[in-house]
Design a protein around this ligand. Structure first.
Ligand code: NAG
Ligand code: NAG
Ligand code: NAG
Ligand code: NAG
Ligand code: NAG
Ligand code: NAG
Ligand code: NAG
Length: 541
C-alpha cells in the first residue's frame, strides 16, 4: 500500500513539472540539427521523460537560429511573449507537428505577443485556441525585432483540430502572403476571428475543413486568390464570410443554413460550383457582387450546386453589379428545391427579372431537386398559371404536368385543336391502410372506384382526362386502369380518351375542363394529405 502511494506521488510531481524546451547543443539526443549546424533545429519530445512541455519562443530569438520544429509531444505549451531585444531575431519559421495537445499562452495579459513570420502546425489532435492577437503584423519596434521580418509571411494549419479561433486571432496581418487551413476541424470561429487584408499575389485557402460554430463577421479576407473547397460548414450567420478577391473559388462545400447576407463576396472572377446548400434563407446571397477591374475577361459562375431548401429570393445575388462590371454570368446546371411558393419569385418578382430569366431559361439546365424526371425550374410558370402554386405538390405530379405541357407545345396546333386538360392524382405508395380510401368517401368512393376499377390501394398515379361533355363520374369511368406502373404513365398516350372536339368552340370547354380538373385535384389532394389539427376541429363543429 505504502509503495503504491509513493508511485502515485511520483506521477503527480512529474506531471506538475513541465519540461522547458531549451536548446543546448546539436549533440543532445532530443535535438536534431540540419547539417549539424545550430540554425535549423528539430526537437522531439519522444524519448524525453515528461508529458508536459513548454517552449518560450523568445529563447529562440537569437542571432543564428532560423527555424525551430517541435514534434511528438503529448502536451505542448508555446509562450508567445515578446521581450525587448537588442537585435532583430533571425527565427523565420516555427513548426509544431505530431502532437496531442497544443496551447498558446502568454505570461501576462499586457504582454506584447509575436510569432515568427512563418508558422506551421500539422497533425495536432487538439489546438486549444488561436488566441487574440496571436497573428499580426508588428506595430512596435519590439514586435518588429521579435518577428525578424517586416511582415508576416504565412500561416498553415493542417490535419488538426482547433477548439476556438478567438476574436482577432488573425488580425491586421497586412502584407501576409499565405493563409491556409487544410483538413482541420474548427469548433468555434468567433466574431472577427480572422481579418486578413493580404498582399498582392496572396493565397487564402480553406480546404477539407469542418467549421462548426461560425459567428457573424467570423472571416474577412481581402486577397488575390481565395479558395474555399471541400469543406463542411454548419450555419452561416449574416456577414460570416466576407471575401474580396481577384479570384474566388467556392467549390464542393456543404453548407447547412445560409442566413441573409451570409456571404459577402466581391470578386473579379467568382466560381461557386458543386456545393450543397441545405437551406438558403431569404437574401442569403444578397451580399454577392462582382468587382469591377480592368480585365478583358471576367466571369461569375454559379454551376452544378444543389439547393435542398430555398426561401424566396434566397438565390438572388447582385446581378446588376456583374452587368455593370462587364462580367460574364453563368447560372447553370443547378438542382434546386422547387416548392412553388418558394420559387414563385422567379416569375412574379418585378426586380432582378433579368437574373431570374437566366435561371428559368431551359437551356441553362437548372432543374428541380429530387424530381423523378428532369424537371426544369421553369415548371413554376405552369404552376402559377394554373393556380396550383399554393399546393404542396409531389414532384412526380409536377413531372406529369410538365411533360404534358411540353408535349402539347410540341405536337398541337392550337388553332385547330386544344387538347383536353389532363389531370393527375398521386398518393403515397405506402401510406397507411385506410388513409386514402377514407379520404375518398366524400366522392362516393365505392361507386366511383369500383365501377372504374380504380384501385387506390395499389396505385400511385392515375391519369384523369377531363372532358366537359361528361361529368366527373363518367370521366373517371372512362379512365383506364390498365397502367400499373406510374413511371410509364407520362409516356403512354391517353388512348382511353380521345378529344374529338375540334375548332374554336372547344376553347371555352377546354378552359372549363381545366378549371374543373383543377378544382377536383385540389379537392382530392386536400383529402389525401395528412389531416391537420384544424381539420379535426372543423369536422366536430
Ligand atoms: C537551458 O539549459 C542550459 C544548460 O542546461 C541552462 O544553463 C539554462 O539555464 C537553460 N535555460 C533555460 C531558460 O532554462
Ligand atoms: C485529416 O486529419 C486527420 C487528423 O485530424 C487524419 O487522421 C486524416 O488522415 C487526415 N486526412 C487526410 C486526407 O490527410
Ligand atoms: C495595423 O497595423 C498597422 C501597422 O502595421 C498599424 O499602424 C495599425 O494601427 C494597425 N491597426 C490595427 C487596427 O491594429
Ligand atoms: C467586408 O469586408 C470589407 C473589407 O474587405 C469591408 O470594407 C466591408 O465593410 C465588409 N462587409 C461586411 C458586410 O462586413
Ligand atoms: C444543358 O444540357 C445540355 C445537354 O446535357 C448540354 O448540351 C448543354 O450544354 C447544357 N447547357 C449548359 C448551359 O450547361
Ligand atoms: C385493391 O387491391 C388490393 C390488392 O391489390 C385488394 O386487397 C383490395 O381489395 C382492392 N380494393 C378494391 C376497392 O378493389
Ligand atoms: C400492386 O401492383 C403490383 C404491380 O401490378 C403487384 O405486383 C403487387 O402485387 C400489387 N400489390 C398488392 C398489395 O396487391
Amino acid at each position: 500500500m505504502a509503495h503504491r502511494c509513493l508511485v502515485l506521488f511520483a506521477v503527480i510531481v512529474q506531471s506538475a513539472l513541465s519540461v522547458r524546451i531549451n536548446f543546448t547543443s546539436c549533440q543532445d539526443p532530443e535535438w536534431t540539427c540540419v547539417n549539424n549546424l545550430p540554425n535549423e533545429l528539430v526537437y522531439s519530445c519522444a524519448g524525453v521523460t515528461g508529458n508536459e512541455f513548454i517552449i518560450h519562443l523568445k529563447d529562440y530569438y537569437t542571432d543564428h537560429i532560423t527555424s525551430v520544429t517541435v514534434q511528438n509531444c503529448n502536451d505542448l505549451r508555446v509562450v508567445l511573449d515578446c521581450p525587448i531585444l537588442q537585435r532583430a531575431s533571425q527565427l523565420q519559421r516555427f513548426k509544431v507537428k505530431d502532437c496531442d495537445r497544443l496551447e498558446f499562452v502568454s505570461l501576462s495579459a499586457t504582454s506584447l505577443l509575436q510569432t515568427p513570420p512563418e508558422v506551421t502546425i500539422d497533425n495536432v489532435k487538439a489546438i486549444i485556441s488561436l488566441p487574440r492577437r496571436m497573428f499580426k503584423s508588428p506595430t512596435t519596434l519590439t514586435e518588429l525585432k521579435c518577428l525578424g521580418a517586416p511582415k508576416l509571411k504565412s500561416i498553415r494549419i493542417s490535419n488538426s483540430k482547433i477548439n476556438t479561433i478567438s476574436t482577432k486571432a488573425i488580425h491586421n496581418v497586412t502584407g501576409i502572403k499565405n493563409i491556409e487551413f487544410d483538413n482541420v476541424t474548427i469548433t468555434d470561429v468567433r466574431n472577427q476571428a480572422v481579418e486578413a487584408i493580404m498582399s498582392s499575389d496572396s493565397m487564402f485557402t480553406i480546404t477539407n475543413t469542418l467549421i462548426e460554430n461560425f459567428e457573424s463577421k467570423g472571416i474577412t479576407v481581402q486577397g488575390t486568390s481565395v479558395t474555399i473547397s471541400e469543406n463542411t460548414f454548419e450555419d452561416i450567420k449574416g456577414g460570416a464570410l466576407n471575401v474580396t478577391a481577384d479570384n474566388l473559388h467556392v467549390t464542393g462545400n456543404k453548407f447547412k443554413e445560409i442566413n441573409a447576407n451570409g456571404f459577402v463576396f466581391k470578386s473579379v472572377n467568382t466560381d461557386i460550383t458543386q456545393n450543397e446548400f441545405s437551406k438558403l434563407k431569404a437574401n442569403a446571397f444578397n451580399g454577392i457582387k462582382c468587382q469591377r477591374k480592368r480585365n478583358n475577361k471576367k466571369h461569375f459562375t454559379f454551376k452544378q450546386n444543389r439547393i435542398i431548401s430555398l426561401e424566396p429570393h434566397g438565390i438572388t445575388f447582385d446581378y446588376a453589379s456583374c452587368k455593370s462590371a462587364g462580367t460574364a454570368v453563368t447560372f447553370s446546371g443547378n438542382k434546386i428545391d422547387c416548392k412553388c411558393r418558394n420559387i414563385a419569385f422567379l416569375k412574379t418578382s418585378t426586380t432582378n427579372t433579368e437574373l431570374h430569366n437566366i435561371i428559368l431559361d431551359n437551356s441553362n439546365n437548372n432543374t428541380c431537386l429530387s424530381a423523378p424526371c428532369t424537371l426544369p425550374v421553369d415548371i413554376v410558370k405552369i404552376l402559377i398559371d394554373s393556380d396550383m402554386c399554393q399546393l404542396t405538390l409531389d414532384p412526380q405530379v409536377m413531372c406529369l404536368l410538365y411533360s404534358d405541357k411540353h408535349n402539347q407545345e410540341v405536337t398541337t396546333d392550337e388553332d385547330v385543336t386544344e387538347p383536353a386538360p389532363t389531370f393527375y392524382l398521386i398518393r403515397q405508395a405506402n401510406s397507411p391502410r385506410g388513409d386514402a380510401s377514407a379520404a375518398m368517401t366524400a366522392l362516393d368512393k365505392d361507386d366511383l372506384l369500383k365501377d372504374t376499377h380504380l384501385n387506390m390501394t395499389n396505385r400511385t398515379a392515375i391519369k384523369v382526362v377531363f372532358d366537359s361533355s361528361k361529368d366527373f363520374v363518367e370521366t373517371l369511368r372512362s379512365t383506364s386502369t390498365s397502367h400499373k406502373r406510374p413511371a410509364e404513365e407520362p409516356k403512354s398516350p391517353p388512348e382511353e380518351y380521345v378529344n374529338r372536339c375540334v375548332g374554336a368552340q372547344c376553347r371555352n370547354n377546354v378552359a372549363y375542363d381545366r378549371q374543373k380538373a383543377l378544382d377536383f385535384y385540389k379537392y382530392v389532394y386536400a383529402q389525401l394529405r395528412p389531416p391537420r389539427p384544424t381539420d379535426n376541429k372543423k369536422k366536430k363543429t
